[in-house]
Design a protein around this ligand. Structure first.
Ligand SMILES: Nc1nc2c(c(=O)[nH]1)N[C@H]1C(S)=C(S)[C@@H](COP(=O)(O)O)O[C@H]1N2
Ligand SMILES: [Mo]
Length: 203
């Protein structure tokens, strides 16, 4: 039996549909913590999220305003480029599309560049940023997110490798061009589809 068939058989034996696990990934029950630099200090009282760029004057949403919006709870699989996949993770927050509906996004906007505490950045095509399952989340598996996993607010974009899911997100800039973020400048793929194994430049 080939390696891939054996892996599929092992997954099926555990009751997992192998088609949920992208090529080159293994399934973990753990929830690893991964980020560049230290876990930032965060002050919930002054925390806000700013939308800028082609949406006009900056729109600043205090965390309290975001938390008062209608919430969405969704369960999905997440895939880290370091090869772990975690199935059935449950997130609660505000749908990205619900928040962006409060802005006026012009036709000219094609991409976003997101920024976090301490300067981490990541890029996304606008249509990927606006997918209905994406959340600005602060709860995970029925509890408040741990600080190290991005509390008090992180993006979750489950269809791409998890480095796009910016923790401690503070800004979203709407642009008329693509611009690499932190990992995309340091060797990671500009898009990052796990099912196409778009890990690095040239994949
Ligand atoms: N602000 C910030 N967000 C970040 C990162 C980071 O370095 N800084 N790393 C990304 C990467 S590479 C991964 S794999 C995930 C890890 O999320 P986790 O620590 O909750 O598993 O966060 C992403 N979001
Ligand atoms: Mo990562």
């Amino acid at each position: 039996m080939s390696f891939f068939n054996r892996k599929a058989t092992d997954l099926e034996a555990k009751g997992i549909d192998p088609s949920r696990v992208p090529p080159g990934q293994y399934v973990t029950e753990r929830f690893p913590v991964l980020h560049a630099g230290r876990t930032p200090p965060v002050d919930e009282a002054t925390y806000d999220l700013t939308f800028s760029g082609l949406v006009g004057p900056d729109r600043v949403f205090p965390l309290s305003e975001i938390k008062a919006m209608d919430r969405t709870t969704l369960t999905y699989d997440i895939h880290c480029v370091t090869k772990w996949t975690k199935l059935d993770t449950r997130w609660e927050g505000v749908a990205v599309s619900d928040l962006v509906a409060l802005l006026e996004v012009p036709e000219s906007a094609t991409h976003v560049l997101m920024t976090a505490e301490q300067g981490f950045t990541a890029n996304l095509p606008l249509s990927d940023f606006l997918r209905p399952e994406n959340l600005f989340a602060w709860r995970f598996d029925g509890e408040d997110l741990d600080l190290e996993h991005g509390w008090p607010l992180r993006l979750v974009v489950p269809h791409l490798y998890f480095w796009k899911s910016v923790k401690w997100i503070r800004g979203v800039r709407f642009q008329d061009h693509d611009e690499p973020g932190f990992w995309e400048r340091n060797g990671y793929h500009m898009y990052g589809d796990p099912f196409k194994e778009q890990r690095y430049w040239g994949d």
